[in-house]
Structures are given as C-alpha cells and as structure tokens.
Design a protein around this ligand. Sequence first.
Ligand SMILES: Nc1ncnc2c1ncn2[C@@H]1O[C@H](COP(=O)(O)OP(=O)(O)OP(=O)(O)O)[C@@H](O)[C@H]1O
Ligand SMILES: [Mg+2]
Length: 428
Amino acid sequence: MSVAVIYLKTSYLKMGKLCLPTVMGFGILFAMEKRVKAIANPFRYGQAVSGAQYYDRDAVGESLYRAIAGGASNVVLYAPRRYGKTSLVKKIISRWSEDGFTCLYFDMMKIDSAERFCEKYAAAVYAAENGAEKALRSLGALLSRMRPKFTIGDDGTPGVELDFANRKFSESDLEDVLDLPEKIAGGKRSFVVVFDEFQEIAGMSQSIPMEGVFRGCIQHHKSVRYVFLGSRTHLLKRMFSERSRPFYDSAKMLHLEKPPIDESYEFVKNRFASAGMKIGGGEVEKVLEISQNIPYYVQALSSEIFETALSCGDSEVRKEYVGLAMESLMAMKREQYETVVGSLSGAQRNVLSALAAQPTARFDAKYRRTYGIGPSSTVHGALEKLVDKGYVEKSVNEYYVGDPFFARYLTSSPYEITSGMSSKRAGK
Ligand SMILES: Nc1ncnc2c1ncn2[C@@H]1O[C@H](COP(=O)(O)OP(=O)(O)OP(=O)(O)O)[C@@H](O)[C@H]1O
Ligand SMILES: [Mg+2]
C-alpha cells in the first residue's frame, strides 16, 4: 500500500527514529508505509571513503601524488582530525600502484609497543607482497633471529608472529623489521610506505628511542619512499620542524585544508539527489555551518538528516529535520562527551567551554574576564593539555574546539563553570 502524505500544516513528533506526522488540531496519526526505506543512505562516515562518497581534494592529492612519483623520499600530510587524510592517501595509493610502486599502508593508531609494531609491520610487508611464496622465504631469512611464524587468518589476511621469548627485544630487531621493504625491493623496484598517525611512535616504547631508530634506518633506504600522516598536527609538525628531533627538516610538508565550501555544497546536494531526495539550499548551508565544512561531520549530519526524512516517509528534507537530526546525533554522542568532560580538570573545562563559545588567538584580559577562566598562567597550562589531548586545535588565526558537535554540546550542556560563562550561555 502506498501512502498519500498529506502536506497540511504538520508538526513532527520524533520518537527515536520514528517520526509521526500529526495534523494540527486533529491529532490524527497516519501509519505510513516506508516505501523509501529501501533506498540506501548515500552518506558514509567512520571509515575512509572512496568512489561516489568522495569529492574534491584534487589539488592536494595531485601534490601528494607528484611529490612521491617525482622522487621525494619523505612527505608529511597533516590536517586536524576527520579532514579526510586517510581517504585521500588511499585514493592516491591506487595511482602509485598503477605506476608500479608496491604500496603499503600502515596505521600506527592501535600499536602500543615496539614489539607489536614489528609483528604488524612484518605482516603488512608480507601482505603487500600478496603473501607470495618468494616473499615468505625472504622474510623468513631476514627475520630469522626473531623466529617468525607466518599465518593466514580466516579472512585471508597474512599475519606474522615473532618470538622474542628467550631474549630481550632490542633496537636491532626493530631495525631489521624497518629494513624489510628496502631489502625485499633489492634495488629492483620501489615501495611507497604510508605510516598513518605517525606521531603515535613517540609513545610506543620507554626503552627504545623510536624516532631516532626510524630515522636512522629509513634515511638509508634507496628503494622506499615514505608518507607520514597524522591528525595530532602539533605533535607531527613538531617532529619534523624542531631542530633537536631526528626527523628535523627531512620531509616535504603538505597541509590538507577543508574542501572548498561550494564543492561541499554540491556534494551534499547531489548525494541527496542520487537517493531521490530533495534538499533546499538553505538546509545545505545549515549542514555546512553546523559541521564547519569538515568532511566527517558533513557526512554524519547529512546521513542523519537523510534517516530522519526517511523515517518521516518524506522525499524532501524539511527545515526542521536538520534540528531533529542534530538532536539525534547529540543523543548518540552525549555519553562520550560527558566522559571527556569528566576526565578534564576544572581549568581545562573552563578553557574548553570558553573556546567552544568563542574561538580566540589571544587570551587577553577581556576574554579571560568575560569567560571567567582565571589568570593567564592557568589558561596556558590548561590550553597546552587540551591541545595535547587533541580536543583543541590551533589554526593560523585561533584556537578552537576541533569537533564542532562537541563545541555545540559544550555551549549547551548543563554543567556549570565559573560565573563569567553563564551570562554568555544565557544569551545562547
Ligand atoms: N574527500 C571526501 N569526500 C567526502 N567525504 C569525505 C572525504 N574525506 C573524508 N570524508 C569523510 O570524513 C570521514 C573521515 O575520513 P578519513 O578517515 O579519511 O579522515 P581522517 O582525516 O583520516 O580522519 P582521522 O583524523 O579520524 O584519522 C569519512 O568517513 C567521510 O565521511
Ligand atoms: Mg585517518
């Protein structure tokens, strides 16, 4: 049965994902067949995207592609969280592969020790060689001191287990593993190795100077080019720009900006259209404003709006759906945000909330008084911690809360901070 949706003046009552139109004055509820339910949501977020879910980035993608294809041995690509670094590099990896490079993408994020790194990295080299018999033999020989055991997981993923049980793991084990691509290439072909979230090596070992060992090894590699990605931009930039650090001045630095706003606009509009749903210009602009034009948040909010419209049985995005979608996203995120806020000191909470209300470059006396965040020394101590933890980003012009949804939560959440803030809140 198809349903005639009556476009009388309606209000919408949202219950979880269920939206029931109520005709004003009559309170009649329509049971609606969700014919549109079968349509797949055209937005994706939470993992790297490609194909139709991907837009723009041509300019920086081209610079990245050319830098490596043209012979640069080290390139850094940095941007705040959720700007699309991983998606971009994965797209460019396919171009390097077509050019004949053997490409290896390696995420440092969940690696908590140098030993674990070795196992995972050896497995990644093995996988980049498609688990070939010849590669297996070379890896076995090159890693013989570590008594490697090669495995293939249920999903076909090659794995390597290394055995350090009878002796202490040492720097030279790490060096052996880092040298694998160079040795396997044997001067006959070239590798591109992408280290994602590279800044994480800093915390990987108490006893081994990871940065020094990495740099010491890879600077001798003739057949391997390296791309370093990272979202904790201040840590990554420091690594490559401080004179005292091993990687000082050793890479071409590329910065991934937000996409041009008009391309984001077209993307959102077209993706809705591709699923047969109309959205007006004003609503798209609202999406871009709330999400600050950061790709992850653009897709997350668009996705939720799409679901809201579907659950209302609508093929057009109504103005109120943006607010409903935002409420629903906030409900999903609330617990996570509460945990973060609960883990901060009072001074950090105050500075974070002040920045959520008003990003700034200078915490001058007027700003500090307005938000009641205390003396300059307290503010700067708290700020440093917030930047380190990744909740606050610094652009050329100002400090700001990196997650725009978190910023919204902070400016509307009920927890209290010092008095200066509450008057600002009241006006919101
Ligand atoms: N070019 C793009 N086009 C459309 N959406 C994109 C694009 N790049 C990223 N996104 C959106 O942002 C999300 C995060 O992308 P990605 O993981 O590539 O970013 P990242 O910068 O590596 O994030 P993180 O800082 O979490 O590592 C994707 O799931 C997708 O929703
Ligand atoms: Mg990433």
